[in-house]
Design a protein around this ligand. Structure first.
Ligand code: 6PG
Length: 469
């Protein structure tokens, strides 16, 4: 056993095991803890050298093995388990020790835990980790929030293990309290939006262009070589290549079309509503997972209604428009998520820098994309930018692609192909870029039936009219 280990990790599931091995690969000694003896044994075996990587089922041995201030990361399922692990560690810790929750905890839970532990002199970090099992092993994007001074102890380890973009680590101190968890939550909301958009374009190419899986693979790989370059487009192209190992044909065609969710996308939408920030591209992605779950009802309804005939369309044109529409709607989805983050930062006192967030999303995380380099630059140029759509560098990118979004939304509506993510993105864009919206009428209606008053365009003050006099 080494003298004292640099880093501790509770929860040796696949994420935890991979994270700890990543820490060790980067020259730090690490100690793991899990109640499951098999997981402990598996880590010790994989670590190879107990001077570098060790593990135990016993919390006391675990805590005693760590150098102070202790840096203990939890990679356990979000919810009550996090509280239970904290309670079990608490009597064993010293003041100034640091607990880092690496899971997708709800941000108000993180605030509660941070305040509770601060009273006891323990620092608590909510640090979202993105990149899945592979990311945890080879370099995730890490989104930490908490006490800035305490972060200095964690920083060298996180910077070593994080993914690198042009040599820069994809981790940064984001702000106090739950800033890190909040940023990870919105990351996941954007992830839901991008996944929904990708699945719609797949549906469109299949139904309108009769694309085979081979063609889909080629198209998505070509797109991934251009401005749409991103982890999600890349894995999508690979998914279309995967043959079914349990039968003939391709695996993607055999997968039940009901998408599960753990809740982070829904939390993003719910909190955006609380803040009063519109994120319809994320909202609809959550709704679509819910509609997908209604498989039996969908089957019944499908029999009751006629579907229009899919109109003929030139395949080359379709593919060009699909690429443009996907690019347009990706931009609009990032714009909404970042708008929410900017507002939440003010509301909750995170004081996050949006350019820093975009910067640490450029590699390692699920929503990494070439676009994020441009987004980083836009917010570096103007850190107070309320919305990406207001960035002069994005006007041309959006202007040159929105036409294809319009053409495909109207084509798909006539052909009965649902493109809810794309049409919500387009509608959001059209509304956000309209000086005048018809909500004057809503104000008149509110005043008519409820005397709720209205303001006027041409003079100051609050007005009420007796409409039915
Ligand atoms: C990541 C992912 C990760 C997880 C999602 C899946 O950034 O690495 O977002 O956190 O895979 O929580 O979420 P759903 O189960 O809700 O799709």
């Amino acid at each position: 056993m080494a003298d004292r280990y640099d880093f501790g990790l509770v929860g040796l599931g696949v994420m935890g095991r991979n994270f700890i091995l990543n820490v060790a690969d980067n020259g730090f000694t690490a100690f793991g803890n899990d109640l499951d003896a098999e997981k402990v044994a598996a880590l010790i075996e994989e670590g190879g050298d107990t001077q570098k990587v060790n593990a135990t089922t016993d919390a006391k041995t675990f805590v005693a093995a760590l150098s102070t201030p202790r840096k203990i990361m939890l990679l356990v399922p979000a919810g009550k388990i996090v509280d239970a692990v904290i309670e079990s560690l608490l009597p064993l810790l010293d003041k100034e020790d640091i607990i880092i929750d690496g899971g997708n905890s709800f941000f108000t839970d993180t605030d509660r835990r941070e305040a509770y532990l601060a009273e006891k002199g323990i620092h608590f970090f909510g640090a979202g980790v993105s990149g899945g099992a592979k990311g945890a092993r080879l370099g995730p994007s890490i989104m930490p929030g908490g006490n800035q001074e305490a972060y200095q102890h964690v920083k060298p380890i996180f910077e070593a293990v994080a993914a690198k973009y042009n040599g820069e680590p994809c981790v940064a101190y984001l702000g106090p309290k739950s800033a890190g968890n909040y940023v990870k939550m919105v990351h996941n909301g954007i992830e839901y939006g991008l996944m929904q958009l990708t699945s719609e374009i797949y549906d469109l190419l299949k139904k309108a262009g009769e694309y085979s899986n081979e063609e889909l693979h080629t198209t998505f790989s070509n797109w991934n070589a251009g401005r749409l370059q991103s982890f999600l487009v890349e894995i999508t192209s690979e998914i279309f290549e995967q043959k079914d190992n349990l039968g003939d044909g391709y695996l993607v065609d055999k997968i039940l079309d009901k998408a599960k969710q753990k809740g982070t996308g829904k939390w993003t939408s719910q909190n955006a509503m609380d803040l009063g920030i519109p994120v319809p591209s994320i909202d609809i992605a959550v709704s679509m997972r819910e509609i997908s779950a209604l498989k039996e009802e969908r089957r019944q309804a499908d029999k009751l209604y006629d579907r229009p005939i899919v109109e003929a369309i030139n395949k080359t044109e379709l593919e060009k428009m699909a690429e443009e529409a996907l690019y347009f709607s990706f931009i609009v989805t990032y714009a909404q998520g970042l708008h929410q983050l900017a507002d939440a930062s003010k509301e909750y006192g995170y004081d996050v820098d949006i350019a820093t967030i975009a910067k640490i999303w450029r590699a390692g995380c699920i929503i990494r994309a070439a676009l994020l380099a441009d987004i980083t630059e836009a917010f570096k140029t103007d850190s107070k930018l309320p919305n990406l759509l207001l960035s002069p560098t994005f006007v041309e990118k959006v202007q040159s692609t929105v036409g294809s979004a319009r053409a495909l939304v109207s084509y798909a509506a006539k052909s009965g192909i649902p493109l809810p993510g794309l049409s919500n993105s387009l509608t959001y864009f059209d509304a956000y870029t309209s000086t005048r919206l018809p909500l004057n009428l809503i104000q008149a209606q509110r005043d008519y039936f409820g005397s709720h008053t209205y303001e006027r365009l041409d003079r100051e003050g609050v007005f009420h009219t007796e409409w039915d006099d």
